[in-house]
Design a protein around this ligand. Structure first.
Ligand code: CAA
Length: 384
């Protein structure tokens, strides 16, 4: 790790970082510009990550996975994001989609659905938001109606990351209308279930290689045993999931920022103006110092939150929100400054920094805007 570590990572975690970095420099980074230009899903990144078991590293060994802890998973996502932010959504969204199962699914359901994800036979997306229910997730209207041993799902979900390329979806739907958050339940839906269709890919500012689409449910019949947890538990499962996975968005943000800082650092040492490398000017040095300082503060908070995620600490809600909010704000500042350090070159597509700046922006928005994170933090502080 470059930077200013306050503590030493466990050797095992350092080895994971080295292995992911080496894989990503060879087989993921080369796909980043193409995925950004074409909007095509980076299949080569998925194949490379699958070959080394980094595509869904968090899945426990008992379900056929690599059994990475929350810190190791964060490091994998961070390192993939350093090379290609869109590719980092493969391990990140696999964790997001499967976390409800891991937290509340029956053993049978976990065995059925975690094993194929661990094998790399399918990815798992998370369907919470709707066109009219974004920050106010509990106001969703997608409905699941009990019908003998099945539920029939109707509605539309929006902003679904990796929609269409994922085989499996955790879908939150209202089973008891009028009860708001207490009337929501969670289900596993398969892409192949009759009645599941997808909207056109959104045209986005960044993370273009990761498809974002609407998902429609038209009388989709799912067996009742595909409910995750009990009826009415869905909203709490959704929120607890986000407590854990906001840490992974923080990891993605610091990975993007590290990629930008590494590139800008090399550039200012090579670029000569006024007869010397621009890295020799104090104005440039102060910018680099601030970028490194913010990045390391974000990393320390993210790793602390990962520890809390691993232990399931009661204050994870606060730390997950704080890490996501701080790291994504830092990533936006660092990538913007990195573009500035390259001047006109930073503004062109001849260099990767404008892409990194565009990719960083989404980390301030998804898995809850940073305004929502501040609501969550303030509530926790006041409650405490
Ligand atoms: N863990 C467990 N339970 C929780 C919880 C948590 N972290 N947060 C809330 N709850 C419980 C509450 O205790 C409460 O339970 P009771 O009814 O028993 O009292 C219940 O859930 C309702 O909680 P609130 O009253 O706090 O709910 P709210 O309607 O006020 O909403 C909110 C709070 C924090 C604003 C929430 O709606 C929220 O986080 N919104 C943002 C949603 C979000 O992050 N969306 C991102 C979608 S995923 C994505 O972006 C990925 C992708 O693929 C693009």
């Amino acid at each position: 790790m470059t930077g200013f570590d306050a503590y030493q990572l466990p050797e095992e975690h350092q080895e994971i970082r080295d292995a992911v970095r080496s894989l990503c420099e060879g087989k993921v980074a080369p796909n980043a510009a193409h995925a950004d230009e074409t909007g095509e899903f980076p299949q080569a990144s998925y194949d490379a990550l699958r070959s080394a078991d980094f595509h869904a590293p968090h899945i426990p060994e008992e379900y056929g996975g690599a059994g990475a802890d929350a810190l190791a998973t964060a490091i994998v996502i961070e390192e993939v994001a350093r090379a290609c932010a869109a590719s980092s959504l493969i391990p990140a969204v696999n964790k997001l989609g499967t976390m409800p199962l891991l937290l509340a699914g029956s053993d049978e359901l976990k065995r059925r659905y975690l094993a194929p994800v661990a094998r790399g036979d399918g990815m798992f997306s998370y369907c919470l938001s709707e066109p009219e229910a974004g920050s106010d997730a509990a106001s969703m209207t997608t409905r699941a109606v009990s019908d003998n041993d099945h539920y029939v799902i109707n509605g539309a979900k929006r902003w679904i990351t990796n929609a269409g390329v994922s085989e499996f979806y955790t879908v939150f739907a209202v089973t008891a209308p009028g009860e708001r958050s207490r009337g929501i339940s969670a289900f596993v839906v398969e892409k192949s279930d009759p009645g599941v269709t997808f909207g056109a890919p959104e045209k986005k500012l960044g993370i273009k290689g990761s498809p974002t689409r609407e998902v429609y449910f038209d009388n989709v019949r799912v067996p009742a045993d595909r409910m995750i947890g009990k009826p009415g538990e869905g909203f709490k499962i959704a929120m607890r999931t986000l407590d854990h996975t906001r840490v992974t968005i923080a990891a993605q943000a610091i990975g993007i920022a590290q990629g930008a800082l590494d590139f800008a650092k090399r550039y200012v040492q090579e670029r000569r103006q006024f007869g010397k490398a621009i890295a020799e000017f104090q104005g440039i040095q102060f910018m680099l110092a601030d970028m490194g300082m913010k990045l390391e503060a974000a990393r320390q908070l993210t790793y602390a939150a990962a520890g809390k995620s691993e232990r399931g600490d009661a204050d994870l809600t606060y730390f997950g929100a704080a890490a996501k909010c701080f790291a994504s704000d830092a990533a936006m500042e660092i990538t913007t400054d990195a573009v500035q350090l390259l001047g006109g070159y930073g503004y062109t597509k001849d260099f990767p920094l404008e892409r990194m700046m565009r990719d960083a922006k989404i980390t301030q928005i998804y898995e809850g805007t940073n305004q929502v994170q501040r609501i969550v933090m303030a509530r926790e502080l006041l409650r405490g």
